[in-house]
Design a protein around this ligand. Structure first.
Ligand code: IPE
Ligand code: IPE
Ligand code: MG
Length: 233
Protein backbone atom coordinates (compact mmCIF):
# COMPACT_ATOMS: atom_id res chain seq x y z
CA UNK A 1 0.00 0.00 0.00
CA UNK A 2 1.19 3.52 -0.76
CA UNK A 3 2.15 5.96 1.98
CA UNK A 4 2.20 3.36 4.73
CA UNK A 5 5.15 5.01 6.40
CA UNK A 6 4.78 8.78 6.68
CA UNK A 7 7.68 10.75 5.21
CA UNK A 8 7.45 13.43 7.88
CA UNK A 9 6.19 12.87 11.43
CA UNK A 10 5.89 15.85 13.73
CA UNK A 11 5.30 15.80 17.48
CA UNK A 12 3.96 18.41 19.87
CA UNK A 13 5.74 17.07 22.95
CA UNK A 14 3.40 18.02 25.75
CA UNK A 15 2.84 16.95 29.36
CA UNK A 16 6.31 17.07 30.94
CA UNK A 17 5.12 19.31 33.77
CA UNK A 18 2.17 17.07 34.60
CA UNK A 19 4.39 13.99 34.49
CA UNK A 20 6.63 15.57 37.13
CA UNK A 21 3.74 16.86 39.25
CA UNK A 22 2.16 13.40 39.38
CA UNK A 23 5.38 12.22 41.02
CA UNK A 24 5.82 15.18 43.34
CA UNK A 25 8.84 16.36 41.35
CA UNK A 26 9.79 19.77 39.97
CA UNK A 27 8.62 20.50 36.42
CA UNK A 28 12.17 20.46 35.10
CA UNK A 29 12.50 16.77 36.03
CA UNK A 30 9.70 16.13 33.54
CA UNK A 31 11.64 17.93 30.83
CA UNK A 32 14.74 15.86 31.64
CA UNK A 33 12.69 12.66 31.36
CA UNK A 34 11.19 13.96 28.11
CA UNK A 35 14.63 14.01 26.50
CA UNK A 36 14.68 10.19 26.84
CA UNK A 37 11.46 10.05 24.82
CA UNK A 38 13.11 12.20 22.17
CA UNK A 39 15.95 9.72 21.86
CA UNK A 40 13.60 6.71 21.86
CA UNK A 41 11.30 8.18 19.19
CA UNK A 42 14.17 9.39 17.01
CA UNK A 43 15.79 5.93 17.02
CA UNK A 44 12.47 4.25 16.29
CA UNK A 45 11.75 6.71 13.49
CA UNK A 46 15.07 5.84 11.84
CA UNK A 47 14.31 2.11 12.18
CA UNK A 48 10.88 2.59 10.62
CA UNK A 49 12.23 4.55 7.66
CA UNK A 50 10.70 7.91 8.54
CA UNK A 51 12.75 10.53 6.66
CA UNK A 52 11.86 13.61 8.74
CA UNK A 53 11.01 13.74 12.41
CA UNK A 54 10.20 17.18 13.75
CA UNK A 55 9.66 18.11 17.36
CA UNK A 56 8.01 21.16 18.87
CA UNK A 57 10.44 21.80 21.72
CA UNK A 58 9.82 25.43 22.69
CA UNK A 59 7.23 27.87 21.40
CA UNK A 60 7.43 31.65 21.14
CA UNK A 61 4.72 31.67 23.82
CA UNK A 62 6.89 29.51 26.11
CA UNK A 63 9.18 32.55 26.63
CA UNK A 64 6.41 33.72 28.95
CA UNK A 65 7.06 30.90 31.47
CA UNK A 66 8.90 31.61 34.73
CA UNK A 67 12.52 32.57 34.17
CA UNK A 68 13.86 29.48 36.01
CA UNK A 69 11.91 27.13 33.77
CA UNK A 70 12.99 28.92 30.57
CA UNK A 71 16.62 28.83 31.73
CA UNK A 72 16.36 25.15 32.62
CA UNK A 73 14.89 24.33 29.18
CA UNK A 74 17.68 26.23 27.41
CA UNK A 75 20.29 24.48 29.59
CA UNK A 76 18.71 21.15 28.69
CA UNK A 77 18.93 22.02 25.02
CA UNK A 78 22.63 22.82 25.49
CA UNK A 79 23.38 19.59 27.33
CA UNK A 80 21.38 17.50 24.86
CA UNK A 81 23.35 18.97 21.99
CA UNK A 82 26.55 17.98 23.79
CA UNK A 83 25.38 14.50 24.79
CA UNK A 84 23.57 13.38 21.66
CA UNK A 85 26.25 13.99 19.02
CA UNK A 86 27.38 10.37 19.05
CA UNK A 87 23.83 8.99 18.83
CA UNK A 88 23.04 11.30 15.91
CA UNK A 89 26.21 10.29 14.07
CA UNK A 90 25.70 6.56 14.78
CA UNK A 91 22.16 6.70 13.44
CA UNK A 92 23.01 8.90 10.45
CA UNK A 93 20.71 11.67 11.62
CA UNK A 94 20.96 15.23 10.39
CA UNK A 95 20.08 17.82 13.03
CA UNK A 96 18.34 21.09 12.18
CA UNK A 97 16.84 23.82 14.36
CA UNK A 98 14.05 26.01 12.99
CA UNK A 99 12.57 29.05 14.72
CA UNK A 100 13.34 32.57 15.81
CA UNK A 101 17.07 32.18 16.52
CA UNK A 102 17.51 35.83 17.41
CA UNK A 103 15.86 35.16 20.74
CA UNK A 104 18.33 32.38 21.66
CA UNK A 105 21.56 33.09 23.53
CA UNK A 106 24.74 33.47 21.49
CA UNK A 107 26.21 30.37 23.18
CA UNK A 108 23.22 28.23 22.26
CA UNK A 109 23.15 29.60 18.70
CA UNK A 110 26.81 28.70 18.27
CA UNK A 111 26.32 25.18 19.64
CA UNK A 112 23.33 24.63 17.36
CA UNK A 113 25.20 25.86 14.28
CA UNK A 114 28.12 23.57 15.10
CA UNK A 115 25.89 20.50 15.44
CA UNK A 116 24.02 21.35 12.24
CA UNK A 117 27.35 21.57 10.41
CA UNK A 118 28.67 18.39 11.97
CA UNK A 119 25.59 16.35 10.96
CA UNK A 120 24.80 18.00 7.62
CA UNK A 121 25.89 15.04 5.51
CA UNK A 122 23.89 12.44 7.48
CA UNK A 123 21.22 10.97 5.27
CA UNK A 124 19.17 8.38 7.18
CA UNK A 125 16.81 10.95 8.67
CA UNK A 126 16.51 14.67 9.39
CA UNK A 127 15.61 15.62 12.95
CA UNK A 128 14.07 19.09 13.02
CA UNK A 129 13.79 20.79 16.40
CA UNK A 130 11.40 23.74 16.47
CA UNK A 131 12.82 26.15 18.99
CA UNK A 132 11.38 29.58 19.71
CA UNK A 133 8.91 28.80 16.97
CA UNK A 134 5.31 29.72 16.33
CA UNK A 135 3.18 29.28 13.26
CA UNK A 136 1.98 32.88 13.12
CA UNK A 137 5.52 34.17 13.58
CA UNK A 138 6.65 31.96 10.68
CA UNK A 139 3.86 33.17 8.36
CA UNK A 140 4.57 36.78 9.33
CA UNK A 141 8.32 36.59 8.73
CA UNK A 142 7.63 34.85 5.42
CA UNK A 143 5.22 37.62 4.38
CA UNK A 144 7.84 40.24 5.25
CA UNK A 145 10.51 38.47 3.20
CA UNK A 146 8.12 38.16 0.27
CA UNK A 147 7.13 41.82 0.54
CA UNK A 148 10.80 42.87 0.54
CA UNK A 149 11.44 40.79 -2.55
CA UNK A 150 8.42 42.25 -4.33
CA UNK A 151 9.58 45.76 -3.43
CA UNK A 152 12.89 45.02 -5.15
CA UNK A 153 11.23 43.40 -8.16
CA UNK A 154 7.58 44.44 -8.55
CA UNK A 155 7.18 42.39 -11.74
CA UNK A 156 7.97 39.12 -9.95
CA UNK A 157 5.16 36.63 -10.49
CA UNK A 158 4.26 34.58 -7.44
CA UNK A 159 1.69 31.86 -6.88
CA UNK A 160 0.43 30.48 -3.59
CA UNK A 161 2.86 27.57 -3.92
CA UNK A 162 5.80 29.98 -3.95
CA UNK A 163 4.95 31.11 -0.42
CA UNK A 164 6.49 27.90 1.00
CA UNK A 165 9.96 29.10 0.07
CA UNK A 166 9.76 32.03 2.50
CA UNK A 167 8.78 29.92 5.51
CA UNK A 168 11.55 28.63 7.78
CA UNK A 169 10.59 25.13 6.64
CA UNK A 170 11.53 25.89 3.00
CA UNK A 171 12.85 22.76 1.34
CA UNK A 172 11.30 20.37 3.87
CA UNK A 173 8.11 18.42 3.17
CA UNK A 174 4.94 19.27 5.08
CA UNK A 175 4.19 16.94 8.01
CA UNK A 176 2.11 13.90 7.07
CA UNK A 177 1.29 13.19 10.69
CA UNK A 178 1.18 15.54 13.68
CA UNK A 179 1.04 13.81 17.05
CA UNK A 180 0.22 15.66 20.27
CA UNK A 181 0.69 13.99 23.63
CA UNK A 182 -0.92 14.74 27.02
CA UNK A 183 -4.55 14.72 25.92
CA UNK A 184 -4.72 18.37 24.84
CA UNK A 185 -6.47 18.73 21.51
CA UNK A 186 -5.16 21.97 20.08
CA UNK A 187 -2.45 23.16 17.70
CA UNK A 188 -0.99 25.81 20.07
CA UNK A 189 0.27 27.99 17.22
CA UNK A 190 2.44 25.24 15.70
CA UNK A 191 2.69 24.49 11.96
CA UNK A 192 -0.34 26.51 10.85
CA UNK A 193 0.52 26.73 7.16
CA UNK A 194 2.46 23.48 6.79
CA UNK A 195 -0.12 21.43 8.70
CA UNK A 196 -2.96 22.35 6.35
CA UNK A 197 -3.42 18.72 5.29
CA UNK A 198 -1.65 16.81 8.04
CA UNK A 199 -3.29 13.88 9.78
CA UNK A 200 -3.66 14.54 13.51
CA UNK A 201 -3.26 12.09 16.33
CA UNK A 202 -4.02 13.12 19.89
CA UNK A 203 -2.87 10.69 22.56
CA UNK A 204 -3.49 10.71 26.30
CA UNK A 205 0.04 9.68 27.29
CA UNK A 206 2.30 12.37 28.72
CA UNK A 207 5.43 13.03 26.68
CA UNK A 208 7.90 11.32 29.09
CA UNK A 209 5.78 8.14 28.77
CA UNK A 210 5.74 8.22 24.96
CA UNK A 211 8.46 5.80 23.86
CA UNK A 212 9.22 3.34 20.97
CA UNK A 213 6.03 1.33 21.38
CA UNK A 214 3.83 4.45 21.35
CA UNK A 215 5.62 5.74 18.27
CA UNK A 216 5.06 2.42 16.49
CA UNK A 217 1.37 2.50 17.41
CA UNK A 218 1.09 6.03 16.03
CA UNK A 219 2.50 4.84 12.70
CA UNK A 220 -0.01 1.95 12.67
CA UNK A 221 -2.82 4.43 13.24
CA UNK A 222 -1.50 6.62 10.42
CA UNK A 223 -1.47 3.66 8.03
CA UNK A 224 -5.24 3.29 8.52
CA UNK A 225 -6.02 6.88 7.56
CA UNK A 226 -7.51 7.69 4.19
CA UNK A 227 -6.05 10.96 2.90
CA UNK A 228 -8.40 12.43 0.34
CA UNK A 229 -7.19 16.03 0.04
CA UNK A 230 -10.70 17.19 -0.71
CA UNK A 231 -11.13 14.84 -3.64
CA UNK A 232 -13.35 11.82 -4.22
CA UNK A 233 -11.68 8.44 -4.16
C1 IPE B 1 5.95 20.28 27.16
O1 IPE B 1 5.56 20.01 28.47
C2 IPE B 1 7.30 20.94 27.06
C3 IPE B 1 7.28 22.35 26.69
C4 IPE B 1 6.23 23.03 26.32
C5 IPE B 1 8.53 23.06 26.72
P1 IPE B 1 4.90 21.12 29.38
O2 IPE B 1 5.97 21.84 30.10
O3 IPE B 1 3.99 21.99 28.60
O4 IPE B 1 4.07 20.22 30.39
P2 IPE B 1 2.61 20.45 30.92
O5 IPE B 1 1.73 20.69 29.73
O6 IPE B 1 2.68 21.65 31.81
O7 IPE B 1 2.26 19.21 31.64
C1 IPE C 1 2.97 23.47 23.16
O1 IPE C 1 2.83 23.09 24.48
C2 IPE C 1 4.39 23.88 22.90
C3 IPE C 1 5.37 22.82 22.95
C4 IPE C 1 5.12 21.55 23.12
C5 IPE C 1 6.73 23.23 22.75
P1 IPE C 1 2.31 24.14 25.59
O2 IPE C 1 2.18 23.38 26.84
O3 IPE C 1 3.17 25.33 25.59
O4 IPE C 1 0.89 24.54 24.98
P2 IPE C 1 -0.44 25.03 25.69
O5 IPE C 1 -0.05 26.12 26.62
O6 IPE C 1 -1.02 23.87 26.40
O7 IPE C 1 -1.30 25.48 24.55
MG1 MG D 1 2.03 21.87 28.12
Amino acid sequence: MENQIPTHVSIIMDGNGRWARERGLERVKGHVEGVKSVRACAEEAVRQGVKYLSLFAFSEENWGRPREEVDALMQLMMSSIRDEVATLMDNGVRFVVLGNRERLSATLRTAIAALEKRTEKNGAMTLIVFLSYSGKWDIFQAARKMAAELARDPSKELTINDFDQYLVTAGYPDPDLIIRTSGEQRISNYLLWQGAYSEFLFVEQLWPDFREESFRRALEEYAKRDRRYGKVK
